[in-house]
Design a protein around this ligand. Sequence first.
Ligand code: OOG
Ligand code: MG
Length: 258
Amino acid sequence: MTSTISDLATIVDNAASQRVEVEMLTTGEPDLTIALAYDVQAEVIRRRVNRGEKIVGMKMGLTSKAKMEQVGVREPIFGWLTDAMLASDGDTIVIADLIHPKIEPEIAFIMKRDLSGPVTAAQAGLAVEGAVAALEIIDSRFRDFKFTLPDVIADNTSASRFVLGTRVVPVDRLDLGNLGIVLEVNGVVRECASSAAVLDNPLRSLAFLATMLSRRGESLRAGQIVLSGGATAAVAFDAGQVVRASIEEIGTVEVWGG
Ligand code: OOG
Ligand code: MG
């Protein structure tokens, strides 16, 4: 590579703060590997933390076939969530702060205990306080929302904003392997799925996250939020829209585009 990790982190970090789409990193650096892309991601997050943001959790991405097919990348990935990305049920997200946002329904977990991989889905479930309905707003910094696997990893997996519902339901009361999920925009159903779409069970996504983190010497901490990945394809999120995710037995969550 001719660029440093720091040069590549500057490109995605500036694109996000200036709200402009940029060329994929792999166009100029075809040798960007997955391991180096996670180094770029870590540097982007380090800069956000240095500017005062706090890490509140982690996200999985590309954990369902619908998502993999939509973006043409077939491998689950992880990224970081900070307090600056977090919104509450019913909040308004300012669309002008973003580039070309899309929104997707997800099951989130709140961790009760620290969790280090490698672990199974059953062990991961024991470390969880409960499940929460969530919406994720993704906003790839790359032109036309198109990227390769290393690009999307370096771009912190398109993380932009996320919204949590208010009910935290203990996971031992849920059949997480088959809960109905509905995404509505302005009251019209746009996407439906079963939670089985997410690696057969979103707890498998959590376990896979802990396992992938362990390979980089990282782990999950009590209190952290984990997004398990979009169960359906993402839809465009525009000003004037109200978007709602309803997850069977867990609850609903709503957000406005302002
Ligand atoms: C990458 C992020 C994927 C998910 O839930 O699958 C993701 C993207 O689609 O831009 O957040
Ligand atoms: Mg997502």
